[in-house]
Design a protein around this ligand. Structure first.
Ligand SMILES: N[C@@H](CCC[C@H](N)C(=O)O)C(=O)O
Length: 291
């Protein structure tokens, strides 16, 4: 990115999981790991949990195979600049951006992600529902720790990796800025997102999350899906066995998501998505920040 370049951006959030949105249809920007980390810096940059790089699928080497199904590719990056396979809140905000920019209207669309094509429905009432695909539940015992506490956790993969621990009190999870240690190391060779969960009522839970690459965030959509699946299995509610959908309400520090697992295993996540601002990144500032 050269000096004096003005790079359009928007800021948005989904249940307060916030993103810098960088529209780049032709994939012309060299959005390096360092550039993403600088943009997400909450003091020296714009500030966000991650970046949604908006690229046409046909223009991105990781997405050309999905271009026939989905025109747009969500090139998602964590706040530290690392690449992640999937971001549930990010997909809703990405869809809201496409609507805001006039690329799509209310109704159904498909968005390409590193975890495959996701189906999205933008409702008239404003909420957005995403078909998140199926959860994978790798076998094997996993534990996660914070300070003195260690808990057993359920390994749930929503395209990206999660460890879900049921705890007595969300405060026990303490400071979640640093990654909670987990065991065995082989369970998550690329790191993990860790959710701490308490019950609030029948099929109603609350959670906090440490996100790989971003620290503690106010919400995580894939994490909420992982939590709903882990809670359903714990409660003996496997839709594939019972033949009835299991719906869980998941409260997060930044808002509420509703997650339904259907008998065919498909998971739907419904929640809000908001665009809050738009502007231009000063290319000179970015170049200096990267020196
Ligand atoms: N906030 C996201 C998840 C983003 C990716 C995650 N930090 C990872 O590295 O897997 C969500 O809403 O799902």
């Amino acid at each position: 990115m050269s000096t004096r370049t003005r790079i359009p951006f928007l800021k948005g959030h989904g249940t307060e999981n916030d993103f810098v949105i960088v529209p780049d249809p032709d994939n012309a920007l060299d959005l390096t790991r360092a550039a993403v980390a600088v943009l997400c810096d909450r003091r020296a940059g714009i500030g966000a949990d991650g970046v949604l790089h908006v690229v046409r699928s046909a223009a991105h080497p990781e997405a050309t195979g999905m271009a026939a199904e989905a025109e747009w590719f969500m090139d998602y990056r964590n706040g530290d600049g690392s690449v992640a396979e999937m971001c549930g809140n990010g997909v809703r905000v990405f869809a809201r951006y496409l609507q805001h920019a006039g690329h799509v209207g209310e109704g159904d669309l498909a968005i390409a992600t590193r975890a495959g094509v996701k189906t999205v429905h933008i409702a008239k009432d404003g909420d957005i529902t995403v078909g998140m695909g199926r959860a994978r539940l790798p076998e094997g015992e996993v534990t996660v720790s914070v300070g003195e506490h260690t808990w057993p956790a359920r390994n749930v993969n929503m395209g990206n990796p999660h460890a879900v621990a049921f705890v007595d009190d969300l405060a026990q999870a303490g400071n979640l800025y640093d990654p909670p240690p987990f065991s065995p190391a082989a369970a998550y060779p690329d790191g993990v997102n860790v959710e701490f969960v308490v019950d609030r009522g029948p099929r109603h839970v609350a959670m906090r999350v440490h996100e790989r690459g971003s620290g503690e965030t106010r919400s995580c959509g894939t994490g909420a899906c992982a939590v709903a699946v882990a809670a359903a299995r714990r409660d003996g509610a496997d839709p594939a066995v019972t033949g009835t959908p299991a719906t869980y309400t998941v409260d997060l520090p930044g808002g509420r998501l509703v997650i339904t697992e259907r008998p065919d295993g498909e998971i739907e996540m419904t929640g809000p998505a908001v665009i809050v601002a738009e502007g231009e990144i000063d290319g000179e500032w970015l170049e200096n920040a990267l020196r």
